[in-house]
Design a protein around this ligand. Structure first.
Ligand SMILES: *Cc1c(COP(=O)(O)O)cnc(C)c1O
Length: 378
C-alpha cells in the first residue's frame, strides 16, 4: 500500500465479530478469560486494547517502524522514550526544543541525575564537541518550535550512532506525511498526536514508534509498566483523524505558503520563519529531507511588545491559543505561552524573543486568513 492508502486502511478493517467497516471502540477496562490462562489476546486495557492496537498499527505503518504505542499525551510519549536511558546518562538536545521537552529533561536531570546539554544542532561540529563518554542519546526536533529551524537528521543520527548513542526524533511538526526519520537512521520517533495526526483539536495524545522489534518490545513493556496508555475513545478519535491526514496536510501547506508570502511583504513584519521560503536558512536542507514544508509559520514583529500584543489581540479567525496542527487557524505568543515554562536564559539564547508570533495555519479559505492578518497587522 502507498502512504495515502495506508492512512485510510492500515490498522483498520479488523472487526471479526460483525465486520463493521470502522474500528469498534472497545470501551472496557478488562476482558473475560476463556479459562484460566487463556484469553483472546487481551486481558486488561492498560496493557493492550483492540481499538488502541488499531491506532498503533496505523502509526507504525505510516512511519515504517516495527511497532508503535499510543499514549495519553505527547509529553507521555517523550517521558516514556526517556526510559530507554538510565540514571546518569548524558543527552544532547536541540536548543530550541519544545518547552515541555526542556521541562521534562530538567525534571529528570533533578530526579535521576540525567545530564543534558543544549546545542544549536544546525552546527554539527558543535554537536560533536559536546559528546561525552556517557552520551547515550541525541534528541532531534525538526522543524523546531517556534522558529522552524531545520537540522540534518541523517548527519545527527550518524554522530549519535558512531558514539553508540540512540537517536530520538520528535516528528510532530511535519507528521509522517512530510518527514520519515527512520529513513535517516533514527531509532525512536515521538509524536504529539494532539497535533496533525489527530488534526481536529479535540484530543490530547502521543505516540512512540520504534524502528526495531527489540525496541518495540521494550516499548510495550515500558508503556504498560508506567501506565501511560491512551484511552480507547481517544485512540479511536486519533485513528479517525489520521484517515484525512493527506488532504489536510496538503491544505495546511497551501495556506501556510500563502500566509508566509503575504507576511514576507508586510511592513509590520521584520522576519518570517517558514522553511518553504527560499530565504529561509534551512530551505535547501528541508527540500532534501522533507516531502513538504508543513503548516507552521512564525514571524518577528517590526516594533515593540505593545505592537506584538496588539496583533495577538486583534485577529478574528486566528484564535489566540496554544497547540497546533488542527484544521482551525491559531495564533500564539511562544515567549509567554508554549515556551513560558522554558528556562528564560535558554529561551533568549534560542532566539525566541517576545516579538515572535507563531501561527498554526488551518485549512480555511486562505484569502480569509490573509485578510484577517492584514487587519491585525495595521
Ligand atoms: C505539543 C508538542 C509536544 C507535547 O505534546 P502534548 O500532546 O501537548 O503533551 C511535544 N513535542 C512537540 C514538538 C509538540 O508540538
Amino acid at each position: 500500500m502507498r502512504f495515502q492508502t495506508k492512512t485510510v486502511h492500515a490498522g483498520v478493517d479488523k472487526d471479526t465479530a460483525y465486520n463493521s467497516v470502522v474500528t469498534p471502540i472497545y470501551q472496557t477496562s478488562t476482558f473475560r478469560f476463556e479459562e484460566v490462562g487463556k484469553t483472546k489476546g487481551y486481558d486488561y486495557t492498560r496493557t493492550l486494547n483492540p481499538t488502541r492496537k488499531a491506532l498503533e498499527e496505523s502509526i507504525a505503518a505510516l512511519e515504517g517502524g516495527a511497532g508503535a504505542k499510543a499514549v495519553s499525551t505527547g509529553m507521555a510519549a517523550s517521558m516514556t522514550a526517556l526510559h530507554f536511558l538510565h540514571a546518569g546518562d548524558h543527552i544532547i538536545c536541540t536548543n530550541d526544543c519544545y518547552g515541555g521537552t526542556e521541562r521534562i529533561l530538567r525534571t529528570y536531570a533533578e530526579l535521576f541525575n540525567f545530564q543534558v546539554t543544549y546545542v544549536n544542532m544546525t552546527d554539527l561540529q558543535a554537536v560533536r564537541a559536546e559528546l561525552r563518554p556517557n552520551t547515550k542519546a541525541v534528541w532531534i526536533e525538526t522543524p523546531s518550535n517556534p522558529l522552524l529551524n531545520i537540522v540534518d537528521i541523517e548527519a545527527l543520527t550518524k554522530i549519535a550512532h558512531e558514539h553508540g548513542a540512540l537517536a530520538f526524533a520528535d516528528n510532530t511538526f511535519l507528521s509522517p506525511y512530510n518527514q520519515h526519520p527512520f529513513e535517516f537512521g533514527v531509532d525512536i520517533i515521538i509524536h504529539s498526536t494532539t497535533k496533525y495526526l489527530n488534526g481536529h483539536s479535540d484530543v490530547v495524545g502521543g505516540a512512540i514508534v520504534a524502528k526495531t522489534q527489540e525496541h518495540a518490545d521494550r516499548l510495550q513493556y515500558l508503556v504498560n509498566a508506567i501506565g501511560v496508555s491512551q484511552a480507547p475513545f481517544d485512540s479511536w478519535l486519533v485513528l479517525r483523524g489520521i484517515k484525512t491526514l493527506v488532504p489536510r496536510m496538503k491544505a495546511h501547506e497551501e495556506n501556510a505558503r500563502a500566509v508566509a508570502e503575504f507576511l514576507n511583504e508586510n511592513k509590520s513584519v521584520r522576519r518570517v520563519f517558514y522553511p518553504g521560503l527560499p530565504s529561509h536558512p534551512g530551505h535547501e536542507l528541508a527540500k532534501r529531507q522533507q516531502t513538504g514544508f508543513g503548516g507552521m509559520v512564525s514571524f518577528e514583529v517590526e516594533g515593540n511588545i505593545e505592537k506584538t500584543k496588539k496583533i495577538l489581540g486583534s485577529t478574528k479567525i486566528f484564535a489566540l491559543a496554544e497547540s497546533l496542527g488542527g484544521i482551525e487557524s491559531l495564533i500564539c505568543h511562544p515567549a509567554t505561552m508554549t515556551h513560558g515554562s522554558m528556562n528564560p536564559e535558554l529561551r533568549e539564547k534560542a532566539g525566541i524573543n517576545e516579538r515572535i508570533i507563531r501561527l498554526s495555519v488551518g485549512i480555511e479559505d486562505k484569502n480569509d486568513l490573509i485578510e484577517d492578518l492584514e487587519q491585525a497587522l495595521l
